[in-house]
Design a protein around this ligand. Sequence first.
Ligand SMILES: C[S@@+](CC[C@H](N)C(=O)[O-])C[C@H]1O[C@@H](n2cnc3c(N)ncnc32)[C@H](O)[C@@H]1O
Length: 244
Amino acid sequence: VNEFYGRDLAYIHDVGFGDFARRAAPWLLRSIHSSGPGRKLVVDLGCGSGIWAERLLAAGFDVVGVDISAHMVRLAKRRAGRARFVHGSVFRTRLPLCDEVTAISECIGYAADRTAGETQVAKLFCRVFAALRPGGLFVFDIAVAGRVGYEVVGCRLGKDWLTVVRARERRQTITREIIAFRRVGRRWRRSEETHRLRLYRPAWIVRTLRNQGFRVRTIRGYGQLRFAKGWLGFVARKPRIVRS
Ligand SMILES: C[S@@+](CC[C@H](N)C(=O)[O-])C[C@H]1O[C@@H](n2cnc3c(N)ncnc32)[C@H](O)[C@@H]1O
């Protein structure tokens, strides 16, 4: 069975790869604050272990997080207990009426199921637009062509974990074969996962968001946190007055 952020990879992402969310948080908070006063609800798509949700709660926001990994949701509940977390795919979960929507660290590009593709993403944009209050922001980042190039193999080592990843980019898709080891007592437990990410064309993303009614700009980072090559961010605002 190919798990998706199973028990050990969810743990490893939390302890070893949580810095992206931590470093993105200050800029994201400033952007959200700039869209007006009052208590607000933020929906975080692909919320992972709740690092960003925790920052939002601390800044006085209400949060709903959605993630397809039950193990991520468990970690998120433990970290940010005052938020509400939903276990499910962002492509199928009903979105509540909200003030802002975020999806950070490539979440929207993951092809966690076979229906992933342009149609599904376009429908998501439509649902986000409908869920947002006028003036609300939708901020997300995705991998685009050139993120991997052809093939790279990399190894990351933490205190009690190790990952070996072979990433390949072919035909608008990145495939990451991940072998993870986690120390449990005196043993190293091994698990394997294969993640696929669809690479959408930035021009298509912008056009699809605009067709939906969003005002859109692309960004190369979240403030001080700059994206690596083949990685792009989008800030989409629902206008205060929506033309029908
Ligand atoms: C790279 S992690 C980022 C997690 C978190 N946003 C962060 O920055 O720490 C990607 C997350 O997206 C989630 N994800 C991917 N596809 C998803 C989908 N279709 N629906 C819900 N969550 C999804 C994964 O389970 C994982 O937690």
